[in-house]
Each structure stands twice: as C-alpha cells, then as structure tokens.
Design a protein around this ligand. Structure first.
Ligand SMILES: Cc1cc2nc3c(=O)[nH]c(=O)nc-3n(C[C@H](O)[C@H](O)[C@H](O)COP(=O)(O)O)c2cc1C
Ligand code: SF4
Length: 417
C-alpha cells in the first residue's frame, strides 16, 4: 500500500505533535462529526464500514456500539491499551508514534455513545506512554478540543489515563473494569455484559486501541472508501505484529486478506538462511500451532479465512513464526508457564489446570518425564476446555493440544523411553 492509514508516522514525520497532526487532516473527522452529525449517524457509518474489533475477537464495532441502552446513564468508553499478549506490540507503536489519531478515535467513539468521561486503561509497563498521553490530553484541552462544550457544540468530554499493575488478565474486558474500579483484576460473570452493566454498573463501551485508531479515517472518508481495502467480511487494514524466527520482525500495516506467504516471505523476508519454516501462531501465545505448508501460505489473513481454512482464529494478528530450529515441546512449555503465571485463580479448572500443565511440561524440559506424560498433558488440557470462566483458560490449552497432535515427535524427544 502506498499510503499508511494507521502507522502514518512512517509517511509523516512528527505526526505525534498536535500541530503536525492537524496539518494532515487531524481532528477534521471529529470537528465534522460534532458539528454536523447525530450520534446514531456516526454509529451507522461505522457499522456500514464493516470495521471489526482489533482486540482479538473481531466483533463488528458498529453493532457493539448499538448494544448500549439509552435508558441508563452515564455511558463510559474505555480504550483497552493493556496489550499483554506475547508477540503483540502494535498498540504500543500506535500510541507512541501516532497518538492523536488514537485519541481522536476515542473521542469519536465517546461522541457516538454520548459518553462525557472516557478512560484509557494501559498496562503498568506503559507508564511512559501514559505520561505522554496525559500531556497530549492537556494539549487538546488547551485548544478546546476536549473539555466542556467542545467548539460550541454543546458536547463535553474528558479523558483520563489509568495504569494497571502488569497483569495479562486485565486485558480481558471485565477484569479490566474491576481493576479500573480499584478492585482485584479478575473477570466478572457474564451476562450482564459491559455494554449494559460495565464501569460502576453503567453502560460501557470497551474498544481496542487499534480499533479506535481506524475511526478518524473512516469518518473522514466514509464507509465505502474503507471497504475498498480488505475482504468482504473483513474490510480495511490491519497491523500485523510479526515476530519469532523471521528476518525482518516488526509491525506491518496491510489490507486484511494478505496471505501468510506474502506476510512472512515478502514483507518479513522469510526465516533465517539455512532454516525451513515449520509452524505459525497467528494470535500470540493464545493460538493453535499451525503447520506451515503451501495451503497455509496461500491462506488469506482475514477473520473468516483463518478460521475456515486453518481452524485457527486470526485473533490480534500477532504472527509468531517458528522454524525447524525450534522444538515445539519447548515452545509449548513456554506458553504454559506464561498462562500458569497469569491465571488469576478465580476458577478451579484454569487455576489447577495451568498449574498441572506447567508441572508436566517443566518435567519434560528437565527430561524427567515419561512417555505417558504426553497423553496426560493433553488430557489435562482437554479437561479444561469449555469449563473455564473466561477465555484465558481456553487460550492456555490451544498450543498444548495442537502442539501434541501435530508435532508429537518433538515431545517424544523430551521423555524417557
Ligand atoms: C485473557 C484476555 C486478554 C485480553 N487482552 C486484551 C488486550 O490486551 N487488549 C485488547 O484490546 N483486548 C484484549 N482482550 C479482548 C478484550 O476482552 C475485548 O474483547 C476487547 O478489548 C474489545 O475491543 P474490540 O472490540 O475493539 O476488539 C483480551 C481478552 C482476554 C480473554
Ligand atoms: S479462566 Fe483463568 S484467568 Fe479466567 S477467571 Fe478462570 S482462573 Fe481467572
């Protein structure tokens, strides 16, 4: 693609400065929206753009906005900037390098659901970004783009940043809300969903940073323009975080529907010389381990095709590339250890299951496991599936089950015969 829509700092130097951002169409969408559009019209435009949430689940954004009831006030919007999935580093680049586009997106979403106070929830390690965003929010208040009665429109909005304390589970939207309320970050039972009873029991919209950054170009150029990129069911552009055994790791903004082969070989420069591609994980540590063959390389990276062709969701599109230098049992041990550490402990299948999976994979890594431990490990994972309170428990089993099913010989290298 010639011009970037999200990673615009690659085309426009210093776009993280308010003046420069405004010289390049910055806040034109917001000014247009608050002066000439009704909230419902904004939601309708986003709905027809087909934008899907970039936080992992790919839920249609405009449809989600419509879930907030109009008989319960106030409404809140929370930007999910927790970004803790191993292999995911796109929101960080957006907030560091093109922060005003993200803030404008948050302001547009807030107007659409008529929130007057919105939050940015950042992982604890992003304290420098939070500090910088505080300064940018102040810049916007100084020029009258935030605060009371913005540009005489009658609409008022205040933004606040909030830092977590380094827990992966706080990216899960209901644990995030608990943490934001000052409680321990553990998921809530659903229903009620946050759109109905969210922050302080009030209707709350939660959107990912990248989702929000898509809004200014959509509302400035229109839904049809946005649909000119991507596929029918996954319109638009996506930032792919590419990491692992790859020559050129990094964030790549590309239209949805680019193939695995193009992403890995054309943009990422392939695997280091002398090695061969072995597997990929499409959504960080929370992914199935997919065998790389020609069919996989030809698969378009879009929400529908990844699931239909490979049975592995696109998720946050954090593609971890694995070559033949990697033993899959070792990789699985790493993911299991991560989930055991991050399990919040609220429900028994996940708390106990991640503990026991970690105990077995640790045994394997010490070469003290028996052949029967491979099936025992898979059995623990299968016992967990469908029984956990939130998706973290499910995520922890994906690499285990697919790893054993598809790369059993790698596990056999780690057991006593
Ligand atoms: C364990 C877990 C961790 C998550 N971490 C994040 C995260 O770091 N950032 C994020 O945007 N969504 C994360 N999500 C998804 C959120 O719960 C939620 O679906 C998302 O923020 C909605 O935004 P979207 O509709 O714009 O995608 C996580 C979900 C789970 C189950
Ligand atoms: S599945 Fe794990 S992270 Fe989620 S509520 Fe249960 S213990 Fe906590």
């Amino acid at each position: 693609m010639d011009k970037k829509i999200l990673l615009r700092h690659l085309d426009v130097p210093n776009i993280n400065q308010l003046e420069v951002y405004r010289q390049h169409d910055g806040f034109k969408a917001f000014e247009k929206v608050i002066s000439s559009m009704k909230p419902a019209e904004v939601t309708a435009e986003v709905k027809s753009s087909g934008l899907r949430g970039r936080g992992g689940a790919g839920f249609p954004t405009g449809i989600k906005w419509n879930f907030l009831p109009n008989d319960s006030w106030p409404h809140y919007v929370v930007a999910n900037a927790d970004e803790s999935e191993p292999g995911t580093f796109k929101d960080r680049e957006l907030m560091e390098s093109n922060p005003f586009q993200f803030l404008e997106g948050l302001m547009l979403a807030s107007f659409a659901v008529q929130a007057n106070l919105s939050y940015i929830y950042l992982r604890g390690e992003f304290w420098e970004i939070a500090h910088d965003l505080d300064q940018k929010i102040q810049d916007l208040e100084d020029v009258g783009l935030l605060g009371e009665n913005i540009l005489g429109s009658g609409y008022s909005l205040h933004l606040r940043t909030h830092l977590g304390a380094g827990a992966y589970i706080c990216g899960e939207e209901t644990a995030l809300l608990e943490s934001l309320e000052g409680k321990m970050g553990q998921p809530r039972l659903r229903p009620p969903f946050p759109a109905v009873e969210g922050l302080y029991g009030k209707p709350t919209l939660i959107n990912n940073v990248e989702t929000l950054a898509n809004l200014p170009p959509i509302l400035l150029n229109g839904a049809d323009w946005y649909r000119g990129f991507g596929t029918e069911q996954s319109p638009g552009v996506k930032i792919f975080s590419l990491s692992g055994c790859i020559n050129k790791p990094g964030n790549y903004e590309l239209p949805l529907g680019v193939t695995y082969g193009e992403l890995i070989n054309t943009y990422g420069g392939g695997v280091p010389e002398g090695r061969t591609l072995k597997a990929v994980m499409s959504a960080g540590a929370s992914s199935d381990i997919v065998v790389v063959d020609q069919y996989c390389l030809d698969t378009p990276l879009a929400y529908e095709t990844c699931m239909d062709r490979l049975g592995a969701p696109l998720g946050s599109a954090s593609v971890i590339v694995i070559d033949d230098s990697v033993n899959i049992a070792w990789l699985v041990a790493k993911t299991v250890n991560f989930f055991k550490h991050e399990s919040c402990g609220k429900c028994t299948p996940c708390r106990e299951g991640t503990f026991w999976m970690n105990s077995i994979t640790s045994r394997m890594m010490r070469n003290e496991a028996s052949a029967a431990d491979i099936d025992l490990l898979k059995n623990v994972a299968l016992q967990m599936q469908g029984k956990c309170l939130c998706a973290l428990g499910e995520f922890s089993t994906m690499a285990v089950v697919t790893g054993i099913d598809r790369f059993r010989s790698d596990f056999e290298k780690h057991v006593r015969s």
